[in-house]
Design a protein around this ligand. Sequence first.
Ligand code: AMP
Ligand code: GLY
Length: 423
Amino acid sequence: MKVLVIGSGGREHALVWKIAQSPLVKKVYCAPGNPGIGRLAENVALKVDDLNGLLEFAKREQIGLTVVGPELPLSLGIVDLFEENGLKVFGARKNAAIIEASKAFSKDLMKKYHVPTAAYEVFSEVEPAIAFLDTLGLPVVIKADGLAAGKGVIIAQTREEAVATVKDMLSGNAFGEAGSRVVIEEFLRGEEASFLAFTDGRNIIPLASAQDHKAVFDNDTGPNTCGMGAYSPAPVVTPAIHEKAMAEVMRRTVDGMAAEGRPYRGVLYAGLMIDGDSVKTLEFNARFGDPECQPLLMRMKSDIVPVLLATAEGDISAIELEWHDKAAVCVVMAAGGYPGDYPRGDVISGLETAAAMEDLFVFHAGTAEKDGKFVTNGGRVLGVTALGATVKEAIDRAYAGVKAISWKGVHYRTDIGKKALGR
Ligand code: AMP
Ligand code: GLY
C-alpha cells in the first residue's frame, strides 16, 4: 500500500518514520514534508491547505491511506473531501474537528456532557466580558475562539492586562477573525498531561501517557510555545487518573460528539490539568500533539498502520496496541527568539554524530537544505528523541544527542522530563 502523510513538522516526521516500518507499506509520500522526512519518504510539493491538489495527487498515485497531521486541513474538511471521493483517510471530519477549531464549541460541549473543565463564559462584546472576568479573580485565562497556531491563550496576571487582552481580541487586532469571540475562564492549578486516544466514534483506545512543556524557558517560564519537549510515560497519569480521564473525559466526549451528530473519528487529544485526584480538561485537539507524537511513536511497539486504517474504516474494535516498557524523551531544539521572531538559514552541525547514537532519532521540524547542508527554517527546528530504560536514562540520552548538535543562536530547555523525576 502507498501512504500519504500531510504536514511538515516533527510530528509528521515521526509518523513517516513509524509508518515506513510497516510491512503493509510499499511507499510513503509526505506533503509538503521536510528534508529529514525526505530521507524516508518522497516529499510532494503541495501545501497542507491545497485540498484539491492533495486529492488529485492521492487519486493519481492510488494512495491507500492518507494520514492528516495538522489541524488546518482537518478544519477545512480534507477528510470529508477524500471520503466523498472514496479514499481512505485518517483524521477528524470537519464537523468533528471543530472540537479544536472553536474553543467556544468545545467548552459548550464539555458543559453539556459533564466533561470536567474550568468555569467559563463566551463573549463577543467587551462590556459583559469585563464584567465576567471581574467575578473570576486573578490570574484569569482569556482564549481566542478560533485557531491561532497555539498562541491564542493569554493568562493575564493583572486586571489591566486582562481588560487590554479582551479589547485587543474582540476588536480583531489580535488573531483577526479567530478572536471575534473569546472564552474567559477560571485559572486552574496543577500539572498538565497530554491524553491521546484513537477512536472510531464508539470504541476508544488510549495511547500511552505523555507530557508536553509549553513554556519556552526552563521551569515553565516565558511565553507559551507549541511545545518545547515531551516525554512518555508521564507518571502524573497514575492508573486512577487514567481511569478517570477515560471515563469522564474521553468516554463522555466521544459519546457527546456522536449525540451531536458529529461522530469523532481519528485521534482525540485532551490537554488535562491534574491536581491531586482532580482531572479537568483544558482543551481538545483533533490531531496528534507535537512534540508528544515523537516520544509516543518511539514507544509504540505495534505496527501503527492497522490502527490508522481501522480508524479510517470506522471500526477499531479488533485492534490492540502494544507499547515498549522503555521511556522516551523528546527535546525540541529551537531557533533563538522563538516563539517571537527568529532567524532562518543557520547551518546545523553535528547531525551525523547524533545519527550514530543508539536508541536516538532526530526528527526534523523546521529545516531546509542549502548547498548540501541542513539549515534552520522554522521556530522549532529539531526534535531529538531518545529511548531509555527509565525516564532518567532517556533524558540523558536525548541531551547527549542535543549536545552533539549546534547552530548559531540555538535554544532548548535543559529541564525536559524533570517533573517525572520528581515523582
Ligand atoms: P490551550 O490551548 O487551551 O491548551 O491552552 C494553552 C496552555 O495554556 C495550556 O497548555 C495551559 O498551560 C494554559 N491554560 C489554558 N487554560 C488554562 C486554565 N484554565 N488554567 C490554567 N492554565 C491554562
Ligand atoms: N504540543 C501541544 C500541541 O500539539 O498542541
